[in-house]
Design a protein around this ligand. Structure first.
Ligand SMILES: [Cu+2]
Length: 716
């Protein structure tokens, strides 16, 4: 473990630029082989950290929660289940999208290895978290509420930060050879997975190879829901990480490739029929007399193809392709100014280029004879700068103040439709009108974060503040130019079955958030902890949708700026029930989230707001055994976005069981998800459109039925 942090900074941010909580690594057991960089302190486990030194609105899954999440799903987004304010909405089996405090998808700054990868697909089939397999993840942090400016701009709803394991090094001139192999089986959908890594290192050089594979067929819903079509997937990941460590400098270079030959998207009209991503990511971390420096650079290409998987029972094909090219840098400096005072400066640039084209369908009058150019040579470039000042005024009071500027520049080339024939008159006119306009847009966005932490008593910490956060529209929100019901229905990352028309005149959305997190905890030990976090957000120019036309049972919608508000409360707590030699350690962990979102222009509920939900789990650890019983509760979804025809879903409760046995170099994990095979619908899952295509029956997307999961890991 080479998470590096400045010592004794109350909102400590690591040299890696991540907030302290982001650097706490849950795989502490593997830490003993790692190196201590001179002049830097190394944080080993969550338990080592005084409660007061973590950003209260940040949460990281415990090792037990991670094991559970990883066993249930090969989707990295699943690691964040039960974290404060976080839910996910279903897309493909590897590509759920995070929602924090009711803000979804692009509104959440999702950072993987210090990089913000925009999804290169009109259905957001390849979001940032889909590019890393959960087994490669070392730190996973979600920040709900007030996010420091150093943790991301161009977002309104918080930050998700995921980081790969840093390279490991040997000590005392020895050679280190270490690694692990894991095999996983999931009964529902017949899923198999394997992953492994191998590191060879001395005290200066380190080389790691990492690979994973995962596949599953369509899953079965609970009860009598039957097969849920287009939920299968197959994916392969390979990456090589090279590390160089000398004195106070650490350099890391990762090359990787991911191939996903197929992945169904049950709530979209299309499935992914190929996705290849190739990337290079370099990171340098060093300490100097004046402070700490982190610099990163990356390049990534994605080639993405969509069509129908066989289970939609379609007789035709409809190829759609995108390619995306991304590159950028980020530099962060942490400079101690005086006792208790720290300055952080940062600069970053992210380029994202996109082509989206739909080849003609042979014999189709509507989809031919020419290629449909949806986004032609589009680009979205972001230049960001921030300054953040942290000051400890007394041992009890600390403040954090940050300013950030993001310059977002976007444009796209001329487009054309499937044909210039009369049948496509609406799209021909739309293409001509689109091409005649000036499409370049530059947004100058300013963000501010002000946070105060106050420890009035030994058992209470209060953190509160205000943030102004800005997000510029994505390429499709501005440049999706098609008008007909068919082509607009291809532009949809919401799972709601509607079609979307872009609006080049959309303004960036500006969210003003006030939030307080109160943390009562055991002042002497970690026996109990209770966190409560209320928040309120007013979003000016929230990018929402208005109805343009009806299209069968769905609608053609246009993106439009409205004002909106969201508010809610998150709570989490844990209590140790017993700890003794005879019965080991028993603990109860619970969380609850409540959110409301309203469009203040049309009065509708905001889309993708999770109904009140929570979980309670009882965890027991005894010698080499650990076990858990977990109940998840979700209330009925009665508040919906009527504009998008969002489904109402009934409430449900799910029972889960899990256990782990650790013996020498082997770890066996087993779990049962949805033990009672409860039938339920995913409140944020939208409509089950693949089922609709095959059966003609439209239903909300069913959740997974009972699944027996088992995995075996050998470490060496
Ligand atoms: Cu796609």
């Amino acid at each position: 473990m080479t998470s590096i942090k400045k010592t004794a900074a109350p909102f400590a941010v690591a040299a890696g630029g991540c907030l302290l909580a982001a650097c706490l690594h849950p795989v502490a057991a593997r830490a003993e082989t790692t190196v201590t960089l001179p002049g830097l302190s190394i944080e080993d486990t969550v338990e080592d950290t005084p409660m007061g030194d973590r950003l209260l609105s940040a949460s990281s899954p415990s090792q037990a929660a991670r094991t559970t999440a990883q066993l249930s799903s090969p989707d990295t987004a699943n690691l964040f289940r039960n974290q404060m304010g976080v839910s996910t909405y279903a897309a493909g089996g590897l590509a759920s999208l995070p929602v924090i405090n009711g803000m979804a998808d692009d509104r959440v700054a999702t950072v993987v290895d210090g990089v913000r990868i925009a999804s290169g697909c009109p259905n957001h089939m390849n979001p940032a978290l889909s590019f890393i397999d959960p087994d490669s993840v070392e730190t996973a942090t979600a920040i709900a509420g007030i996010t420091p400016v150093s943790m991301g701009g161009d977002s309104t709803g918080g930050t998700i930060d995921v980081e790969r394991k840093d390279p490991q090094f040997a000590r005392h001139g020895r050679i280190l050879v270490t690694g692990h192999v894991t095999g996983t089986y999931r009964s529902n959908g017949g899923g198999y997975g394997a992953s492994g890594s191998l590191t060879v290192a001395n005290d200066m050089f380190s080389l790691r190879y990492n690979a994973s594979y995962s596949q599953a067929g369509d899953y079965s819903g609970g009860g009598d829901a039957g097969i849920v079509r287009s939920t299968s997937y197959l994916t392969y990941n390979h990456d090589v990480t090279f590390g160089l460590h000398k004195d106070n400098h650490l350099f890391t270079l990762t090359f990787g490739q991911q191939d996903t030959p197929h992945e169904g998207f049950a709530n979209q009209y299309m499935d992914m029929t190929n996705n290849r991503s190739t990337y290079v990511n370099g990171k340098y971390v060093g300490t100097f007399d004046w402070g700490e420096l982190e610099a990163r650079g990356y390049w990534q290409r994605e080639d993405h193809a969509m069509d129908f998987l066989p289970d939609r029972a379609k007789t035709t094909h409809m190829p759609m392709n995108t390619n995306a090219r991304m590159a950028g840098y980020s530099i962060k400096a942490t400079i101690p100014l005086a006792e208790g005072q720290t300055l952080r400066l940062g600069s970053s640039f992210d380029h994202s280029g996109l082509n989206d084209w739909w080849p003609p369908v042979a014999g189709s009058m509507m989809m031919g004879p020419d290629t449909y150019h949806s986004i032609n040579d589009g680009h979205r470039d972001r230049l960001g700068h921030f300054v953040e000042w942290e000051a400890a005024w007394t041992p009890r009071v600390t403040t954090l103040l940050g300013f950030r500027n993001d310059l977002v520049m976007m444009n796209t080339g001329p487009v054309s439709g499937y044909s210039s024939s009369m049948m496509n008159q609406a799209n021909v006119a739309a293409a001509n009108a689109f091409n005649a306009t000036d499409r370049g847009r530059t947004d100058v966005n300013f963000d501010v974060t002000a946070l105060v932490r106050w420890k009035p008593r030994r058992d209470l910490t209060i953190e509160g503040g205000y943030a102004r956060k800005t997000r510029s529209p994505n390429l499709y929100e501005r440049y999706a130019w098609g008008q007909s019901a068919m082509v607009t229905s291809m532009i949809n990352w919401f799972g709601d079955g509607n079609g979307y028309v872009g609006n080049p005149d959309l303004k960036p959305e500006v969210a003003n958030t006030a939030s307080i997190t109160a943390d009562w905890h055991d002042p002497d030990a970690d026996r109990w902890d209770l966190k409560v976090q209320p928040y309120y957000t007013y979003t000016h120019n929230y990018v929402n949708a208005q109805r343009l036309a009806s299209a069968g049972q769905f609608y053609t919608l246009g993106f439009v700026n409205h004002n909106a508000q969201s508010y809610g409360i998150n709570g989490s707590g844990n209590y140790r029930l017993w700890q003794n030699a005879r019965f080991g350690r028993g603990e109860i962990v619970a969380n609850i989230n409540w959110v409301r979102g309203q469009d203040l222009t049309n009065g509708a509920g905001l889309y993708h707001q999770m109904p009140t939900n929570g979980s309670v789990s009882l965890n027991e650890r005894w010698k080499n055994w650990s076990g858990r019983v977990e109940m998840t509760f979700v209330k009925a979804k009665d508040t919906v976005d009527w504009v998008r025809n969002e489904p109402r879903t009934p409430g449900y409760a799910l029972l889960g069981l899990g256990g782990q046995y650790h013996w020498r170099y082997m770890t066996l994990d087993a779990s049962i998800d949805n033990v009672l095979n409860q039938k339920y619908e995913l409140p944020l899952g939208g409509w089950s459109l693949a089922d609709n295509a095959a059966t003609g029956v439209l239903r909300a997307l069913p959740g997974m039925g009972r699944s027996f999961n088992v995995s075996l890991t050998a470490s060496f």
